[in-house]
Design a protein around this ligand. Structure first.
Ligand code: OSB
Ligand code: MG
Length: 369
């Protein structure tokens, strides 16, 4: 396929309410929408998801823009790509920067599917038409407000609750939730806020029947996580650590976790995500799909990928209205009875609303031939 143009919208959407994690507080999400156009006028769409601060992982939206403009686009336009699987190979000479790579790689997958007039899920394994989903709940020190919020999402039908925790905000909120909801599928996510010294403290989490504890320790630590997994009954899940299949192999062989939060952008795109899903299936690691407060574009991609039957555990894939008043799609993503339908149009299956993009974003062209 020939790439004739690459355009971009730099968008900011205000969050309905601020989202607090162990590392910071988010009130607005910035993201870019990349449009890759071929010689026939087909358009592949990708979302660039990193945050503005390097506090979740090291990539930021600014660093990713530089990598895309200076390094990835020149590689892409000078190559003759026949299949989207070639893109991750082409990008190998650029080290790291997975989210930058993913924004273009996923756009090429979307473009490829659209050229063939097919849904993206036709290229995936054993897919379903709708999938169970969960929500992630930010830190909320008022415990009545916290349990009210959880009541709201449970009443809406969400099938799993993920609670953000940090030192000083863990046992009490978990206790409050378990008192009100003894049986819900509940997990916690620490975003690297603890250290190995906290193992005796973290062992107390074993009494709350948690589905898993996500990323208690540093983003590049495998050994301390392995130590914790030896001492605790609850499954450890890794998020920030996992940038590639190699990281999954390392985590598996050291026993650092029993579950993987798979985010397509954090591993550089769909091709690497497919390899990780296959590996997890083979090794019986529980793999599920995470989120990055995506707009409808990233959300639609996540739905396509999570439609694979291996993703039985409800992912962080909520409805558009969970975070945003207005999405950038012609039709927002909706959740009914805890499930979201996988869009079945061509490619990722959804359409951009130019009106909404122009209202919340700024347009420019990165390449034209
Ligand atoms: O750690 O999974 C995370 C959001 C932003 C950054 C990191 C994380 C999260 C979430 C929510 O937990 C994901 C979502 O609902 O999109
Ligand atoms: Mg996480």
């Amino acid at each position: 396929m020939e790439i004739h143009r690459i355009d971009r919208y730099r968008v900011r959407l205000p969050l309905k309410s601020p989202f607090e994690t162990s590392y910071g507080r988010l009130t607005e999400k910035a993201f870019d929408i990349l449009l890759v156009t071929d010689e026939l006028g087909n358009q592949g769409i990708g979302e660039l998801v990193p945050f503005e601060q390097p506090d979740y992982i090291e990539e930021t939206i600014d660093t990713a823009r530089i990598i895309i403009e200076k390094h990835l686009i020149p590689l892409l336009i000078n190559a003759d790509i026949q299949h989207p699987k070639e893109v991750s190979v082409l990008f190998e000479e650029v080290k790291g920067n997975q989210m930058a790579k993913s924004s273009l790689e996923t756009a090429i997958w979307d473009l490829y599917a659209k050229r063939s007039n097919k849904s993206l899920k036709t290229y995936l394994n054993d897919t379903r038409t709708q999938i169970p989903v969960g929500v992630s709940i930010g830190i909320q020190t008022d415990l009545t407000k916290l349990t009210d919020q959880i009541t709201k999402y449970i009443d809406l039908g969400y099938k799993r609750i993920k609670l953000k925790i940090r030192p000083g905000y863990d046992l009490k909120p978990i206790e409050a939730i378990r008192q009100k909801f003894p049986d819900i599928l509940l997990m916690v996510d620490a975003n690297s806020a603890y250290t190995i010294k906290d193992i005796p403290h973290l062992k107390q989490l074993d009494t709350y029947n948690l589905a898993m504890i996500e990323q208690p320790f540093a983003a590049n630590d495998f050994l301390d996580h392995a130590q914790l997994q030896k001492e605790i009954k609850t499954d450890i899940c890794l998020d920030e650590n996992i940038r590639s299949l190699k990281d999954c192999e390392l985590a598996y062989s050291l026993g650092s976790c029993r579950s993987i939060n798979l985010k397509i952008p954090r591993v550089g795109g769909i091709t690497e995500a497919m390899k990780i899903a296959d590996f997890c299936k083979e090794k019986e690691l529980l793999v599920w799909l995470g989120g990055m407060f995506e707009s409808g574009i990233g959300r639609a991609l996540n739905l396509q990928f999570a439609s694979q039957k291996i993703f039985t555990f409800p992912g962080d894939i909520s409805a558009s209205e969970r975070y945003y008043y207005e999405d950038i799609l012609t039709e927002p993503i909706e959740m009914k009875q805890g499930e979201i339908r996988v869009p079945d149009g061509v490619g990722i299956g959804v359409c951009l609303s130019r009106d909404s993009l122009l209202k919340h974003g700024v347009y420019d062209t990165l390449f034209t031939n």
